[in-house]
Ligand binder design. Structure first.
Ligand code: GDP
Ligand code: IMO
Ligand code: MG
Length: 424
């Protein structure tokens, strides 16, 4: 595959950053196509840990072009803070990407606080309000943001409007003068990177470059195919790539579904395979399951193949990359969710109605675990038989071949079963 999508198959934090960084060693371009700094992607190599939020996971390689495409929402302040931590990089930002401004963050917080028991548990990064403005056709795009002549008036109109909205939430108004001064400075720094990235990407395809499209979040957080309304405001699926980057759909070769060996979720909303108590605490501790962006403890569950089959269907998955396999070491019997019981009936798909999903009782199968430390394993055949059986079960239930697996956070702890990059 020359052009493929790295898709989160669950509720995010599957290890997309790690897999993208690993595969990027053979790539020319890495593209983020949706979301913003609600994402938190961890990349570890040479004993150093890097947390990325807006920047694609190719940014740490000075030879790779990194693209923030039109489907993203970009907080300029957060972007500049991240860029300050990287020395040599190649970057391009779409002139059609939307800009996250201070009132979006205020509205995100205020909106959540007003929802009481119905809050989504957002990251408070202003993502929902920015996409709302985009859909309402009042958002500010990068092209306007970097325009010295257009930005001041556009910002004034928006701040006047948004201060009215904030007033309804009893939040004090924001100062136009202060924001203008601060954000003009950011625009001056960012301007050099802003381009029509669709033109660049189409040329890169003509030049036969290897391009990775790095998803943020996971398909269960997709605005259309996730657990609505407990979702984010964009689509992390492979289908989202053409629209959100400006290339033709048939130019994408395939998708790698990054799948944690169990399930996690941050924020509110149903999660049928959720487990609580000692075992969940142990997995959380071993897997270091605390959010990269907000530090919140992640909820833990068994691997749910109903979800994986849903992701395969709505997004398309050519291969799976199974991550955090090492975290399951030492668990005597590992469960896999294969279906749900809803109102006495067995189903193996995700109900659209959230009230139905809340009622779903998981149906599980069990497989024996392994005791051996697998963090130094360097090939599939070195895995204990029980771990091989676990991977084979996932493959056969979901119906997607596993091309790689991962046994630790480091780039070296990634094992390729079938090479995908650059193949015909
Ligand atoms: P992303 O949002 O999908 O990129 O995932 P995150 O980076 O938010 O969360 C995945 C976490 O698991 C990070 O802390 C990674 O360093 C870590 N990680 C990735 N793969 C493995 C693995 O195979 N084993 C272990 N133990 N940790 C891993
Ligand atoms: P990565 O890319 C996990 C969750 C939030 C909340 C919901 C909506 O690291 O996998 P938002 O701020 O997007 O409006 O919040 O989505 N969420 C994530 N959960 N990983 C992420 O990104 C997430 N990005 C958003 O916790 O439930
Ligand atoms: Mg993450």
């Amino acid at each position: 595959m020359k052009r493929f999508v790295i898709v989160g198959t669950q509720w995010g934090d599957e290890g997309k950053g790690k897999i993208t960084d690993f595969l990027a060693q053979k790539a020319d371009v890495v593209v983020r196509f949706q979301g913003g700094n609600n994402a938190g992607h961890t990349v570890v190599f040479n004993n150093k840990k890097h947390s990325l939020h807006l920047l694609p996971s190719g940014i740490l390689n000075p030879n790779i072009m990194n693209v923030l495409a039109n489907g993203m929402v970009i907080n300029p302040k957060a972007l500049i803070e991240e860029l300050e931590k990287v020395k040599n990089f190649k970057l391009m930002i779409s002139d059609r990407a939307h800009v996250v401004l201070p009132y979006h963050l205020e509205l995100d917080k205020a909106g959540e606080n007003s929802k009481g028991g119905k809050k989504i548990g957002t990251t408070h990064k202003g993502i929902g309000p920015t996409y709302t403005d985009k859909a309402s056709r009042i958002g500010m795009r990068m092209s306007t943001f970097i325009s010295k002549s257009l930005m001041p008036k556009a910002l004034l109109d928006l701040i006047n409007k948004k201060n009215q909205e904030l007033k309804e939430f009893k939040v004090k108004p924001l100062s136009y003068k202060k924001i203008l001064k601060e954000y003009q400075n950011y625009a001056n720094i960012i301007r050099q990177y802003v381009k029509d990235t669709s033109i660049y990407l189409n040329q890169a395809i003509e030049d036969d470059l290897i391009i990775l499209f790095e998803g943020a979040q996971g398909v269960m957080l997709c605005l259309d195919h996730g657990t609505y309304p407990y979702v984010t405001s964009s689509s992390p699926s492979a289908a989202s790539v053409p629209l959100n980057t400006g290339i033709a759909p048939w130019l994408v070769d395939g998708a790698i579904g990054v799948t944690k060996a169990y399930t996690t979720r941050v924020g509110e909303g149903p999660m049928p395979s959720e487990i609580k108590g000692e075992l969940a605490d142990r997995i959380r501790k071993v897997g270091n399951e605390f959010g990269t962006t907000t530090g919140r403890p992640r909820r833990i569950g068994w691997l749910d193949t109903v979800i994986l089959k849903h992701t395969k269907r709505v997004s398309g998955l050519t291969y799976l990359a199974v991550t955090l396999l090492d975290v399951l070491t030492g668990i005597e019997r590992i469960k896999i969710v294969t279906g749900y019981k809803l109102n006495g009936k067995i189903i193996d798909s995700i109900p659209a109605e959230i009230e139905d999903l809340k009622k779903c009782i998981p149906i599980t199968i069990e497989t024996p675990g392994w005791q051996e430390d697998i963090t130094k394993v360097s090939s599939y055949k070195e895995l204990p038989e029980q771990a091989k059986t676990y991977l084979k079960l996932i493959e056969s239930i979901v119906g997607v071949p596993i091309s790689m697996f991962s046994v630790g956070p480091d780039r070296n702890q990634t094992i390729v079963i079938k090479n995908m990059v650059g193949e015909a």
